[in-house]
Design a protein around this ligand. Structure first.
Ligand SMILES: O=C(O)[C@H](O)COP(=O)(O)O
Length: 310
């Protein structure tokens, strides 16, 4: 059996495959499509993060492939229909990076609400901007969650511990589900109007593309904060940048972008935009999360290879 890993992962976790599996771990393959395609014949398992495009052409070049292990949960880079048609199992690392994302959401929410942590340069320059840096508290504010799956629930638990009220919108979660206990079950317009912090936790699909567009943004509570750790395509970036610049929204943290990696060209829309935190798709990647995601993925792929017909 042979497994190819085309992006970074915790290398120690690869020992979980044991002696009988040949492992090719080359994080450079994600940026060298030709080399990746060339490595695929004779490969039974492929392990990817979010950048390797597992599309029909790649699958065509991988006649022996039986399983794709995903070092994360988003599956928008994987052509699920083509995988299904070819009998290739797709295994996300569900739950393994939940804590990393939830802590990112809470830490950016607190940073943006407080607005107090960017004063190093002015302090060193001898200024004392005490009144300018009086921020807000999380306690008593509304954490609004778009999507109420595992990661959103972990955010809710932490936000509740801070004294926040929790509201969520999730049309796929039955109204009678016990997960709604202690959470306001809202329509999207209700959530937009009531949330002080709006955090996105939906996959990117045709149904969620530009879900938070100009109309949704203008329906948001004035001064609200947006946090996107889901996928860039869920939010209209130029509309968000405008709302922040005009002061209609109070702040935003974006970890995911319509174009990734964010290029200097695509990043221009964020130039000079106030109260904006930009990070390079790291919400789900902590040291601990990376080890968990890698360990779970090796286990998933190993099990799928053992189950697959020879
Ligand atoms: O989908 C996910 O789980 C996150 O976007 C993180 O994905 P990655 O770390 O595997 O790229």
């Amino acid at each position: 059996m042979r497994v190819v890993v085309s992006e970074f992962m915790d290398t120690e976790a690869l020992a979980g495959f044991g002696e009988e599996v040949e492992v090719v771990h080359d994080p450079g393959l994600v940026d060298d499509r030709g080399a990746l395609i060339a490595a695929l014949p004779g490969t039974h398992g492929l392990i990817v993060r979010n950048r390797t495009q597992v599309d029909a052409a790649l699958l065509e070049a991988a006649p022996d492939l039986r399983v794709v292990g995903r070092l994360g949960v988003g599956l928008d880079n994987i052509d699920l229909a083509s995988c299904k048609a070819r009998g290739v199992k797709v295994c996300p690392a569900t739950g393994a990076n939940t804590l990393s994302v939830a802590e990112y959401v809470i830490s950016t929410a607190l940073s943006l609400l407080r607005g107090a942590y960017g004063s190093k340069a002015t302090m060193i320059a001898g200024e004392w901007p005490r009144n300018a840096l009086i921020g807000g508290e999380a306690s008593g504010r509304v954490m609004g969650l778009v999507g109420y799956g595992g990661i959103a629930r972990a955010v809710a638990e932490r936000a509740r511990a801070l004294g926040m009220r929790i509201a969520a919108h999730d049309p796929f979660l039955d109204a009678g589900d016990p997960a709604w206990q202690g959470v306001e079950n809202c329509t999207l317009p209700e959530l937009l109007a009531g949330a002080d912090i709006l955090s996105l936790h939906v996959p990117l699909s045709e149904g969620t593309r530009n879900l938070i567009g100009p109309e949704a943004i203008s329906a948001m509570k004035p001064g609200a904060i947006v946090i996107n750790t889901a996928r860039g395509g869920v939010i209209d970036e130029p509309a968000l940048a405008r709302a922040l610049t005009e002061g209609r929204l109070g702040g935003a943290a974006l970890d995911v972008f319509a174009t990734e990696p964010l290029t200097a060209e695509a990043g221009k829309i964020f130039e000079g935009v106030p109260n904006l935190i930009l990070t390079p798709h790291i919400a789900g990647v902590t040291d601990e999360g990376n080890v968990r995601v890698s360990t779970v993925t090796v286990r998933n792929v190993k099990e799928a290879l053992a189950d697959a017909p020879a």
